[in-house]
Design a protein around this ligand. Structure first.
Ligand SMILES: [Zn+2]
Length: 305
């Protein structure tokens, strides 16, 4: 059986076609039309083109920067705002003549890494994408754990744990709350805090390079950042105790994170011991699109047209 995975973002749509072993046989990328009907048409054409290369139909899974509400069946929380309020899985399913699965893109990341990535062989995978923002997802036995409200994994908008007096009530988040984890441990948050100390850098990687070159401010910013990340992940461990935490996004390329975290986590994890693996993702930018394909497990799609 072939699987199509689609990563539907605000600016681009990426499609990948996987064979039953997970080997990529076809890939295509287009700009996202910023209108709902045109997005559906573009998706249907992309899928048709992919299927022509194999001469048969495939299952279709889509990762979106939002979720489908279990209450209404409509897309919500999407920053591709023209999808919000639309029954997208139903509408696309009607066009294609088959059931379509849609999940949050961070959940797709977790599933991809759980199936054949950095979390392969693990039962419970927590995936966190630390980039411009901070998205996270939970995969249990290779399946998305979306939860009754569809917000499973939305840890980035919990407040930063064990805040210091300086951190408390310090940072406004776009979501309307203050001091969200995202505002501290995303790449954007890391750089913003470095600048607030008086430093100049455009990315977390750059801050770390400066630190390695002996920059005192960069060292202070990194130490602050890594402690905040340890606190935020310790909360996840105390609640969920995943078998592995897989990091994605630009911040995941900071190799020092994997050196520092194992020493810091036990400070905050209940009982003072922590063996949780924290690792870098395996599939990189392809995790979202591959995870979308894996929304259909073997044998689940039985009525392809
Ligand atoms: Zn927030």
């Amino acid at each position: 059986m072939y699987r199509i995975g689609i990563d539907l973002g605000g600016t681009k749509i990426e499609l990948v076609l996987l064979d039953d072993k997970g080997v990529e046989c076809y890939r295509q990328r287009i700009a996202t039309p910023r209108e709902y009907g045109m997005t559906l048409t573009a998706l249907a054409e992309l899928i048709r083109d992919a299927e022509q290369t194999i001469g048969q139909s495939a299952s279709v899974g889509i990762g979106i920067p939002g979720v489908v509400s279990s209450r209404t069946g409509l897309v919500k929380n999407s920053n591709a705002i023209w999808l919000n309020g639309q029954p997208m899985d139903k509408d696309l399913g009607a066009i294609l003549g088959r059931e379509v699965r849609i999940a949050n893109d961070a959940n797709c990341f977790a599933v991809s890494e759980a199936v054949d990535g950095a979390g392969a062989g693990k039962k419970l995978v927590f995936g966190a994408i630390l980039g411009t923002g901070c998205g996270a997802g939970i995969a249990i036995n290779h399946k998305v754990h979306a939860g009754g409200n569809g917000i499973g994994g939305e840890w980035g908008h919990n407040p930063l744990p064990w805040m210091t007096a300086d951190e408390f009530n310090s940072t406004q988040c776009f979501c309307g709350n203050v001091d969200c984890i995202e505002t501290f441990v995303s790449g954007t948050g890391f750089v913003r805090h470095f600048r607030s100390l008086g430093g100049h850098a455009d990315s977390g990687i750059e801050v770390v390079s400066l630190m390695k070159a002996g920059d005192v401010l960069a060292k202070a910013a990194f130490e602050q950042f890594i402690d905040r990340l340890a606190r935020a992940l310790a909360h996840v461990i105390n609640l969920l105790d995943p078998d592995v935490i897989v990091l994605g996004g630009g911040v995941s390329n900071i190799e020092l994170i994997y050196e520092y975290l194992p020493n810091l986590l036990p400070k905050y994890v209940v009982g003072g011991e922590c063996d949780t693996l924290v690792v870098k993702n395996y599939h990189g930018a392809s995790s979202g699109v591959r995870g979308a394909a894996w929304l259909w497990a073997p044998g689940e799609m039985t009525n392809l047209p």
